[in-house]
Design a protein around this ligand. Structure first.
Ligand code: NAD
Length: 374
């Protein structure tokens, strides 16, 4: 298959072809084969579930982060301090796709012994789609909660404010379902993820009203205040504009966003988005505070499974607001998109595809080699 690389066109890329390409890209960039597999599966997993903003489009940025020393290949997480139910873990700026699952393994193992556990992961490279870490715990019959911040990522204005003071800090919770797929709630605490603002800036799906606040304090759906004035060929940076993203849910979402900084940034030791008295932006990394609950410690018989199944059916039986509509539970939309995209392939914008090919060339892959992988 030879997809066109015109920036304006969307291309459909076969999942296995994308896996082969990204595997080669990350191995050429210095990652071990196992790490390259972890990164490509996590990114492709986000596209498969419809979260393109946290998918393969990140490749150019990840390769640049390696070059800039923001993230390091083949670095494992190190446990700094632990007891039976707590582990404080340093990600040492390794790839989030390496230190994230290592952290979850530690939390799950402790929860399986004692019923509950907490991990505090600091200084992780970008952890990508956080839902993957909740799915990993759920696969061992462990429910989990993850509160994540991004030190140094100033994108969002607090409720009632104009100036940027926080990142898009995601919240995620997962619950194992005995007879089916885990239930996964996973979202940024901004009204829209930054990647969605970029898509809108590039002429894609428009933003909802109030997603952005202008430097004058006016809510808007126009993404340009986030990026500022751009020259024709300039790559838009969300850190350049005078405006900011807004949280979801007014003061409530803004309060949840604040607690991501407390839990994921301050308590873990990773560092908050920023602080007064600093003249330059903090180096970016993710911090993640996670709680694990081994459900067999709470219920030994099948009561829980029956209760959860019955509640899901109760929720879904609510009359839809729209004719032909349907109530979905957390994670259901992603599962449906995944069923479709596993067959159809991944729709990738022409611009994103050009960026991925450019990243592949930049790590030394020739056009012939790229063609052979596709
Ligand atoms: P989103 O706004 O699409 O919300 C997704 C959540 O809402 C899912 O749990 C989904 O099942 C649920 N949902 C969606 N439509 C629904 C419906 N009709 N009915 C019921 N539930 C529904 O997600 P987002 O805010 O764009 O976040 C995208 C991804 O970005 C997430 O995976 C998140 O972890 C990731 N992220 C990561 C970072 C980081 O620093 N690593 C930062 C921000 C976001």
């Amino acid at each position: 298959m030879t997809p066109p690389a015109k920036p304006s066109d969307e291309v459909m890329i076969d999942v296995q072809a994308m896996e082969r390409l990204l595997q080669a890209v990350y191995e050429h960039a210095g990652c071990s084969p196992a790490e390259a597999t972890q990164i490509s599966r996590n990114l492709i997993g986000a596209n498969l579930r419809g979260h393109d903003s946290h998918g393969v489009i990140r490749t150019a940025r990840y390769i640049q982060n390696l070059r800039d020393g923001i993230v390091f290949a083949n670095r494992d997480a190190v446990v700094e301090k632990e007891n039976d139910v707590l582990a404080i873990i340093d990600g040492r700026f390794g790839f989030g796709q390496t230190v994230g699952p290592q952290t979850v393994d530690i939390g799950v193992a402790k929860a399986k012994q004692k019923g509950v556990a907490v991990t505090a992961l600091k200084h992780a490279g970008h952890l990508g789609r956080i839902g993957e870490w909740a799915e990993q715990a759920a696969a061992s019959n462990v429910a989990s909660i993850h509160m994540v911040n991004a030190r140094g990522s100033l994108l969002l204005a607090p409720f009632g404010g104009i100036d940027r003071r926080a990142g898009t800090s995601p919240f995620c919770a997962g619950f194992p379902e005995t007879d089916g797929e885990p239930i996964i709630l996973d979202f940024a605490t901004s009204l829209v993820a930054e990647g969605k603002a970029l898509v809108a800036l590039r002429g894609g799906t428009p933003l909802p009203d109030g997603a952005i606040i202008t430097p004058e304090g006016e809510p808007t759906s126009d993404p340009s205040p986030l990026y500022g004035d751009l020259d024709d060929n300039q790559v838009p940076s969300p850190y350049s504009g005078p405006g900011a993203l807004c949280s979801f849910g007014l003061h409530k979402g803004s309060g949840l966003n604040f607690f991501m900084e407390m839990m994921g940034g301050a308590l873990t030791g990773s560092g908050t988005a920023g602080a007064l008295g600093e003249d330059k932006r903090r180096a970016v990394c993710n911090g993640m505070l996670s709680v694990y609950l081994a459900v067999e410690f709470f219920h030994e018989d099948d009561w829980l499974a029956r209760e959860v199944r019955a509640y899901i059916e109760f929720v879904k039986s609510s009359r839809p607001t729209e004719t032909g509509g349907e109530v979905l539970i957390p994670g259901e939309k992603e599962r449906r998109i995944m069923a479709e995209r596993t067959v159809s392939g991944l729709p990738i914008s022409g611009q994103a595809w050009s960026d991925i090919l450019a990243a592949a060339r930049s790590v030394g892959l020739g056009d012939d080699e790229i063609q052979a992988l596709l």
